[in-house]
Write a protein that binds this ligand. Structure first.
Ligand SMILES: Cc1cc2nc3c(=O)[nH]c(=O)nc-3n(C[C@H](O)[C@H](O)[C@H](O)COP(=O)(O)O)c2cc1C
Length: 219
């Protein structure tokens, strides 16, 4: 039996986005919106949907955690041999999407992905909690099939025995960060009557990295 949601609707009235008063740098606006989400106690404001598409032309989407906003893009960490890692190896074009319901805001980033420096990945890996480090070794290759949960738990216990709590877990070569260099970023603020504000920043191709053009899109 189907489920019908056509009577479900909300009016979005929490904010507005004015093209004249937004910062010239989209990074400033992104950081501001992340801070707003944090202040509003959004759970995991750094969680973003990452869409990739490999050579098979089939898009895939999943949540990853943004771990840094750099001067050129956003960084997340994962297993390089996962399904997403294989997509990225075949096609570096990707999008990420944040949605913060509490703020009635959405941010869509379009860009190209590349691995970050291995030393930087290792520094972050070593900073992670011990159990998360062990977990990264268990989930290899991430996205591969495992017979059952017991197999995972046995591997976890074996690794815990090999690397007790205060020992150093080696950084896996198959694990690390990716940076999505932002080419385009759209900020969406929900408004009443479906008259939402959508402002997209596009990087100027002929100028230095600081140049961005904005335009308003129909909602
Ligand atoms: C809130 C949340 C945060 C997540 N963060 C990450 C992350 O930072 N890195 C990661 O590899 N997977 C993360 N995952 C798991 C991914 O969504 C996904 O299941 C996993 O990376 C395998 O994706 P793939 O098979 O498409 O490669 C997270 C999932 C959730 C729900």
């Amino acid at each position: 039996m189907s489920m019908d949601f056509t009577d479900q609707r909300l009016s979005y009235e929490k904010g507005a986005l004015d093209q004249q008063s937004i910062p010239t740098s989209p990074f400033e606006l992104l950081k501001g919106w992340i801070s707003d989400a944090t202040e509003q106690k959004v759970q995991e404001p750094y969680a973003m949907s990452l869409a990739t598409c490999g050579a098979d032309n089939k898009p895939s989407v999943r949540i990853v955690l943004m771990r840094e906003i750099t001067e050129t893009g956003v960084v997340f960490y994962t297993n390089y041999e996962s399904a997403k890692g294989q997509d990225i190896a075949e096609n570096p074009n990707a999008e990420v999407l944040f949605f913060w319901h509490e703020l009635e805001r959405q941010v869509r980033i379009s860009g190209s992905i590349a691995k970050i420096d291995a030393n930087k990945s290792a520094t972050y890996f070593q900073k992670r909690p011990h159990d998360s480090q062990v977990g990264a070794w268990v989930s290899q290759p991430q996205s591969g099939e495992v017979a059952n949960r017991e197999v995972m738990e046995q591997t976890f216990d074996q690794l815990q025995a090999d690397y007790p709590e205060n020992s150093q877990v080696p950084t896996p070569a198959f694990w690390g960060g990716y940076e999505i260099t932002i080419n385009e970023i759209e900020f969406w603020q929900g408004r009443a009557n479906r008259m939402h504000d959508r402002i997209v920043y596009t990087q100027d191709s002929n100028e230095d990295k600081a140049g961005w053009t904005t335009k308003r899109l129909l909602p």
